[in-house]
Write a new protein. Structure first.
Length: 131
């Protein structure tokens, strides 16, 4: 059985519209976008063709990050959180790896409350951005 590691939704918005809406929804939940990578542009810079719109956003809530890093430094392997926006077969998708699944890999149950809170906020932002 495949591990249900992600949360994804589709939207009728373009990739650019979805990224803009996502940035606003994240900001409302005290998450900042630290960095954004346009995969096709980056690969093209390296001489590799990839023509599907695909963005990776690295996002962080500094208070939550401090909380989990204070508990277990191994969490840094999963920070910052990633949210992706991409187009596939004419549809736009917004998704993320579930923080609860990632924290589960570490095996430290004291991280789960924060992971659940972060996951809920990220899902809310994704759902809002998709509308």
């Amino acid at each position: 059985m495949a591990l249900d590691f992600h949360y994804s939704v589709s939207t009728t918005k373009t990739v650019d519209e979805a990224v803009q809406a996502l940035e606003a929804a994240l900001k409302d939940r005290k998450f900042g976008v630290l960095w954004q990578m346009d995969i096709p542009s980056k690969l093209q810079e390296k001489g590799v063709e990839f023509n599907k719109p695909y963005r990776v956003l690295e996002v962080c809530n500094p208070h939550e990050a401090k909380q989990v890093l204070t508990t277990n430094l191994m969490v840094g392997y999963f920070l910052p959180c990633k949210v992706v926006v991409y187009e596939d077969q004419g549809k736009t998708f917004i998704g993320l790896p579930k923080p609860t699944t990632l924290m589960g890999v570490i095996g430290d149950s004291s991280l789960m409350e924060t992971a659940q809170r972060v996951e809920a906020a990220l899902k809310q932002a994704v759902n809002e951005a998709a509308q």
